[in-house]
Ligand binder design. Structure first.
Ligand SMILES: [Ca+2]
Ligand SMILES: [Ca+2]
Ligand SMILES: [Ca+2]
Length: 608
């Protein structure tokens, strides 16, 4: 193995495959070689994650631009892994330390005139998606990120494959768009598509003039022109590896939710079978071994039976730890506002973390996105009530062999993502509210995750409008939202309390009108894993229309700051100061959609 830095030689001799935090030095193989696995992360709460869709971020190699239709967001646009490698400077300038890239695996190329540019239509778990480059390009990008102490998270799907087969309901050997089918014995005849029939409790049944006659044959497509080929590896090309119940119609029905095909005809894997489980553990772990990824973001976890996750997570951790890959982050996506359900996937032995979807709805949507609307804005007591549920709904002990942080302190926080309208779409273009939401994102407990394009104030609505091409912006780094992210990311990096301190809410309010404290929310980050003295107090006003105060009807906010201390607003370029009175109260007024990040005067880090 060749090393790109002579200074790394010592590391190699003393501790094979080690990461040295002092220098950020890692073993980086020359382009295209298989890397030695290493643990590149210390504490995931120190990371700033940037979620990007590979096809949309940067086009670094026009040689892989086949089937590209510029401007048609349902088609490939040409972005690739080389493009990411070429723009690591841009990401580092923004303050990003971890990339979550969209799936790398070979997909069904197109379906109903929509392309698999997003990567969630997997067909062959063993091959790269050639639209994004080859294995050497992927390895090169990840190695270049590691060389800058950046980490890369792989996006995987355990629940389903792409639309790789049809149900031959009329047994004519061909896929038919419309055939007569049955909802079950005695049910009326209905017209269904053999590509994507609806849920049937007995499984999708074949149907003829004589009525139903047992399960419909599952026949794999064989169309190389759009890479709609039998899935790989091995067992995934057999009918027995799939549930075959048709697509989910009622997402609240647990049987349908876990056994049905996913929206878009995506075929549900029989994840309860030991052979299927072993295939998934192995296929994805191989990508980590081949490329040195630092974690998984796992798609659609609520569509897989719960007892899958301890097996998948446990076996993955054991295998990777044996190869020097520890602190491997596994966070799952359950697109749901039900905090108890989402939290259930962080029970002992399961995932390290989840994408904090309940907060997307309750906080970023209801409080921040709706702030422009006097009739829809909600009070900041909603934030406190949600956060108060964390220790009840999420794991409170680190997962054995996991990232070393209890799940409730390692939730992946996000404002928006590729499956919901962007903040600026949903908020009627409220850039002040967006920046204030970003201040919360970068100061709250957990791991901040920014959806690509937020820094360029993208405002796309529903899929695929929210999956814009970034490179047409020219990658400017001087916009107001870009520089705001840069600022709050820098403050999070500089103040350990903002990354690892315990959280205590000291003011929230149901008020959303003319009251003194309408829209005010304040919380402390202190103690815990940040040390005995580190302290930060975040005070924000989510009201769009007026300044508000940390007081109401004569009651003033009580803090845990030392009585008589002077706090400095490090978010303010002038470093304005605020006195804490002799009994710990702090009176402050915050302009509409602004925030303060207050730290004790003797803890101020200069130059941040
Ligand atoms: Ca390209
Ligand atoms: Ca047929
Ligand atoms: Ca399933």
């Amino acid at each position: 193995m060749q090393l790109t830095r002579a200074s790394c030689a010592l590391t190699l001799t003393i501790a094979s495959a080690a990461f040295t935090p002092e220098t950020g030095c890692v073993q980086v193989p020359s382009d295209g070689q298989r890397p030695a696995l290493a643990t590149h992360v210390q504490d995931w709460r120190d990371e700033v994650v940037y979620q990007l869709i590979v096809d949309r971020f940067a086009d670094g190699d026009v040689n892989n631009d086949f089937s590209v239709a510029p401007g048609a967001l349902g088609q490939y646009q040409g972005g690739d892994w080389k493009g990411i490698e070429d723009h690591l400077d841009y990401l580092q300038t923004l303050g990003v330390t971890t990339l979550w890239i969209s799936p790398v695996i070979q997909n069904v190329d197109s379906d109903a005139d929509i392309a698999g540019y997003h990567g969630y239509w997997q067909q062959d778990l063993t091959q790269v998606n050639p639209h994004f480059g080859d294995l050497a390009a992927l390895r090169s990008m990840v190695a270049a990120a590691h060389d800058r102490s950046m980490k890369v998270v792989l996006d995987i799907v355990c629940n389903h494959m792409g639309q790789v087969f049809f149900y031959d309901i009329n047994k004519n050997g061909r896929p038919d768009d419309y055939v007569n089918g049955s909802g079950g014995p005695g049910d009326p005849i209905v017209q269904v598509s053999e590509y994507d029939p609806p849920w049937q409790p007995e499984g999708v049944l074949s149907f003829s003039q004589e009525g139903t006659s047992g399960r419909a044959p599952i026949l794999f497509f064989d169309d190389p022109s759009i890479n709609r080929l039998p899935p790989q590896p091995g067992i995934l090309a057999t009918a027995g590896a799939y549930h075959g119940f048709g697509h989910i119609e009622d997402f609240n029905d647990v049987a349908q939710r876990t056994l049905g095909d996913f929206t878009g005809g995506l075929k549900d894997l029989a994840t309860e079978l030991p052979e299927v489980r072993a295939t998934l553990v192995d296929a994805f772990a191989r990508w980590v071994e081949q490329v040195d990824f630092d974690g998984y973001r796992i798609d659609t976890i609520k569509h897989v039976e719960s007892d899958f996750w301890p097996v998948f997570a446990g076996n993955t951790r054991t295998r990777l730890a044996a190869e020097n890959k520890n602190d491997f982050l596994m966070f799952g996506e359950a697109f749901d506002g039900n905090d108890q359900l989402v939290g259930s996937y962080t029970a002992p032995g399961m995932l390290d973390s989840v994408f904090y979807f309940p907060q997307h709805f309750t906080v970023f949507s209801n409080v921040f996105e709706n702030a422009y609307s006097p009739t829809q804005a909600q009070g900041t007591d909603q934030i406190q009530q949600l956060w108060d549920q964390k220790t009840m709904n999420y794991g409170t002990q680190p997962q054995p062999g996991g990232i070393g942080i209890p799940p409730y302190k390692a939730l992946v926080n996000f404002i928006d993502n590729h499956d919901v309208p962007r903040f600026l779409f949903a908020s009627n273009g409220d850039v002040d509210a967006l920046r204030n939401a970003l201040t919360l994102l970068f100061t709250e407990d957990g791991i901040p995750c920014v959806y690509y394009g937020t820094e360029q104030e993208f405002s796309g609505g529903n899929d695929p409008g929210n999956r814009e091409v970034l490179w047409t912006t020219g990658f400017p780094t001087d916009g107001d939202t870009f520089t705001h992210i840069q600022k709050v990311a820098g403050l999070r990096r500089a103040y350990v309390a903002l990354r690892r301190g315990d959280t205590k809410v000291v003011w929230s309010s149901s008020h959303v009108a003319t009251e003194d404290d309408a829209g005010v929310f304040a919380f402390e980050r202190a103690g815990g894993d940040s040390g005995a003295t580190a302290y930060a107090l975040v005070v924000m006003n989510t009201d769009d229309f007026k300044s508000s105060s940390t007081s109401d009807g004569g009651t003033v906010m009580l803090t845990s700051a030392p009585p008589g201390a002077t706090l400095v607003d490090v978010l303010d370029p002038t470093h304005a100061t605020y006195p804490v009175d002799s009994s710990g109260h702090l009176q402050a007024t915050v302009p509409a959609q602004k925030a303060m990040i207050l730290v004790p005067q003797d803890q101020v880090v200069q130059g941040v």
